[in-house]
Design a protein around this ligand. Sequence first.
Ligand SMILES: Cc1cc2nc3c(=O)[nH]c(=O)nc-3n(C[C@H](O)[C@H](O)[C@H](O)COP(=O)(O)OP(=O)(O)OC[C@H]3O[C@@H](n4cnc5c(N)ncnc54)[C@H](O)[C@@H]3O)c2cc1C
Length: 550
Amino acid sequence: MSEATATQQKRPRSASLDCDVVVVGAGFAGLYAIHKLTTLGFHVQAFEKGKGVGGVWYWNRYPGARCDCESYYYSYSFSPELQQAWDWSLRYSEQPEILSYLEHVAQRFDLERLIRFETAVVGAAYDDVSSAWRVTTSDGAVTMTRFLVTAAGCLSEVHWPDIPGLQSFEGRLLHTAQWPHEEVDLSGRRVGIIGTGASAVQAIPRIARQAANLTVFQRTPNWVLPARNAPASSEFTAWYKANYPQIRQRCLDSGGGVPFDPPLGAAFDVSDDERQAVYERLWAQGGMRFFTAFTDLFMSEASNETAQAFVRAHILATVRDPQTAHKLVPTDHPIGVKRPPLDDDYYETFNRENVTLVDVRTDRIEQIEPTGVRAGEAFHALDDLVMATGFDALTGAILAMDIRGRSGAKLSEKWREGPQTYMGLGVAGFPNLFTITGPLSPSVLANMPTAVEQHADWIADCLVHMRSAGLTSIEPTETAEREWTAHSDEVVSATLYPRATSSWYQGANIPGKPRRFGVYVGGFSAYRERCEAIAANGYEGFRFTAPANA
Ligand SMILES: Cc1cc2nc3c(=O)[nH]c(=O)nc-3n(C[C@H](O)[C@H](O)[C@H](O)COP(=O)(O)OP(=O)(O)OC[C@H]3O[C@@H](n4cnc5c(N)ncnc54)[C@H](O)[C@@H]3O)c2cc1C
């Protein structure tokens, strides 16, 4: 009998509960939470909307879909055996490989038996008397649980924009985040794509190589950096396998959950030539390392402008048609303050004869018609229309569930002005609810597998503490939540992030969504230390209750 099973059998569950923990979602976060909690002897029931595990990597199957954190650290660290068993074929692996990895994890740790697939959690109501959640699912079933852990994803609630006539389109209508599972053949087709965020930047070069022609409808150009993707050589694989403990520790100790060397000084500490050389070196290396150039890139307009100038020059030198090149240069936000897309052929793709760029700020999309898109004065005839319009990010998947806390209070009401949380882990008035990579945690500004493991470990330790102390409920105090939310707002307001007024980081891509910067920008390692200090100080800022007869 395994250690976990023995613990489980020793501890009878409350008769009125179906399980100890309900986990919502089976992506990176849900899978690890299920594994961690069952290993500690908790009885877990997970629900997943999709037919299989994988989360983002189950849903986003568009051409070119891949990670933009390098695979050797965009992966789990919790099992040394898993790390040694798995080889990544590319520096940045593509969706099919990441999905196979997560399927392998689910099989290896026997997790699927605890997941009910094709079942969405639609509501959860906290019962003050029994200190338990009543979870309702799309199949009409009710599950009673002590704890509710959302692992529903920061980028999983798909956004379909409300464009007049969208539903009248008679060709194939696709969304990058709901891409069909069967092969979509775009060869010889007239394809349109709406959106130029991270998914579009990956998809556009691939679609352009297949389609007869591709029309790109762009509202906001992004600063695109080269990924420099390449096969992972056997030497590289041997190197990361031999160095995993140090690599993972560097991720934990870094601001972004990544094993990069931190910047050494500010942009104007060095001469113009030296600064140019730093940018060239990092540009040649590829990826997010570019942002490790200088300490003040996210704080100083002038420093950031030096990085913008470097990338601007690259865009203008790469794209041959000057009008198209100018349309591709961002003018409304500093570099790095919106999710920076990575690709290798993005700007070059606009030199192809079969690619047209439409700037919808000047040529507004007036109407989608059965056979194409009318933008400004022009009509673009299309066979296929791809929406690369992203997500209702950070809060969307949580609020898609009707979550009600103490006395029936609605979470959607509480977050009417924007999310308020304590550490992105819990919400006052919603006892026994934990949100993995929840709003106001570093979430999408950290390498997410690192962030996910840190959160799930913290939650698991907390539940073990409660079990041994005989405690039945936990929730943040109003004061702790107010202070954390204010701290998160204050930290971001000292940076250039709020300058990206169209960014999904602050909810600006969804009409009517309240604006609050939903990610903690104070750095992953500082955040992690704070979480550890909270636990070490008896879960400071949280309030526990024990059963009345305890
Ligand atoms: C194309 C793409 C590339 C990305 N690349 C990177 C990268 O390189 N580095 C990085 O750090 N991050 C990246 N991300 C961010 C990504 O969100 C995380 O890396 C990671 O997938 C988060 O895992 P998760 O389990 O938290 O969420 P998800 O993977 O989104 O999984 C959440 C799951 O919950 C399910 N779910 C949601 N609501 C419900 C409900 N009510 N009931 C039942 N099930 C529900 C969803 O169906 C989904 O399967 C990328 C995102 C996208 C879209």
